[in-house]
Design a protein around this ligand. Structure first.
Ligand SMILES: *Cc1c(COP(=O)(O)O)cnc(C)c1O
Length: 396
């Protein structure tokens, strides 16, 4: 099938939700994607922080092959072996005792909203309000859109789910002023990913943790983007030396397979029959993939690799910033961003793509770098070579 024909199918059949480039991706291997014309792209967004192990990694293809010949699905009425094996691994690694599995990040955050409200009902006289942060992103279901602090979401799809209060990040006084008997939880991205790679600072998170304990408020960490090695530690909460009460994971957990999870402390094992579930909750293929991906991240020390290569990228970008107007180089591990002079981000992303490098711009002036955790030094050199070519033609 030729590309032109495939693009006609796109025009004719696909419901519009996003502007996409007129190329059709056909296969992926390691750090590279290939389109139907045979063009090769160095992938520095890894499916938006999803392809933790790169494209079509052995861990995933092997797990899918084995599990799909054993058991594809058995309904949520039964436990399955893969689910129990994965539950043991992920609760051990995270330090949270209970896990609920689902398919997408938004669904994991919906579960966290429900669990926080359940906690409020049971232990805090019906408290149901949740504090989240300006510029945060928590998903695209109606409730997670309402919880997100993204300005572009504000006018959409009224009426909104009620009960979310948006406060500025890193401002503990704003939290103090707003915490009361009606608040059941605070939800925080340790580093805001879609918001442009903005970090919650250490004193703020430590004060927030204490404030939550003192006011019987749950601390939910949305580590859908930051979790599982991405920031140079297994979980970003380790940078602060704290544990959340509820943790949501997605993206990298399945390495590209639709998988997500909500973890919680033992005291939050409080859902009653019928209150939460899902046809694909703990679906065996996802469980086998999740187990294989997490084992691989541990075995290959990919959090350390994220830290090492992330530092190398930061050093290289600092070098570039002496020649070209790029600034505010920020982030941790392999969740990095920098700002460009003027609103040039979209142009830079387009030009890089033409030269075979995939980047992302979360805002008109910022470029985000979120490659697979398996990225090597040689890929960073190729990335820098193309980026410098682009910056040269934009700024001179
Ligand atoms: C991507 C993301 C989500 C939503 O995950 P989906 O799988 O797209 O539903 C939620 N929170 C954060 C921090 C994310 O980065």
């Amino acid at each position: 099938m030729n590309t032109e024909y495939l693009l006609q199918l796109a025009d004719k059949n696909i419901l519009f939700v996003a502007e996409r480039k007129p190329v059709v991706m056909q296969k992926g291997k390691g750090m590279y994607l290939y389109d139907t014309e045979g063009n090769k792209y160095l992938d520095f967004i890894g499916g938006w922080a999803v392809n933790a192990l790169g494209h079509s990694p052995q861990a995933i293809t092997k797990a899918l092959k084995k599990q799909s010949s054993l058991l594809v699905n058995c309904s949520p009425s039964f436990y399955n072996q893969a689910m129990l094996e994965f539950s043991e691994l992920i609760t051990k690694v995270s330090g949270l005792e209970r896990v609920f599995f689902c398919s997408t990040g938004a669904e994991a955050n919906e579960s966290a909203i429900k669990l926080a409200r359940k906690y409020g009902q049971k232990f805090k006289k019906g408290a149901y309000k949740i504090i989240s942060f300006e510029n945060s992103f928590h998903g695209r279901t109606l409730s997670t859109m309402a919880m997100s602090g993204k300005n572009a979401f504000k006018p959409l799809f009224e009426p909104k789910t009620q009960g979310f209060i948006h406060l500025p990040l890193n401002d503990i006084d704003a939290i103090k002023k707003n915490v009361n008997e009606e608040i059941c939880a605070v939800i925080l991205e340790p580093i805001q990913g879609e918001g442009g790679v903005r970090e919650a600072d250490v004193p703020f998170v430590n004060s927030l943790r204490e404030l939550c304990v003192n006011n019987n408020v749950l601390l939910i960490m949305d580590e859908i983007q930051t979790g599982l090695g991405r920031t140079g530690k297994m979980f970003a909460y380790e940078h602060y030396g704290i544990l959340p009460d509820i943790l949501t994971l997605g993206k990298g957990i399945g390495g590209g397979f639709p998988l997500a999870a909500m973890l919680a402390h033992e005291k939050l094992n409080i859902f009653e029959k019928g209150e939460q579930g899902g046809t694909y909750s703990s679906q065996p293929l996802g469980m086998a993939v999740g187990y294989a991906v997490l084992q691989d991240i541990i075995k290959r020390n990919l959090a350390d690799n994220a830290n090492k290569i992330g530092n190398m990228i930061i050093a290289q970008l600092n070098g570039l910033s002496r020649k070209y107007p790029i600034k505010d180089i920020r982030g941790k591990g392999l969740l990095l961003a920098f700002d460009t002079d003027g609103e040039n981000a979209a142009r830079i992303v387009d030009m890089a793509f033409e030269l075979g490098l995939i980047l992302n711009s979360p805002g008109p002036s910022s470029i985000r770098i979120i490659p697979p955790l398996t990225v090597k030094e040689k890929h960073v050199f190729s990335f820098m070579e193309i980026l410098e070519k682009v910056l040269k033609s934009v700024y001179s």
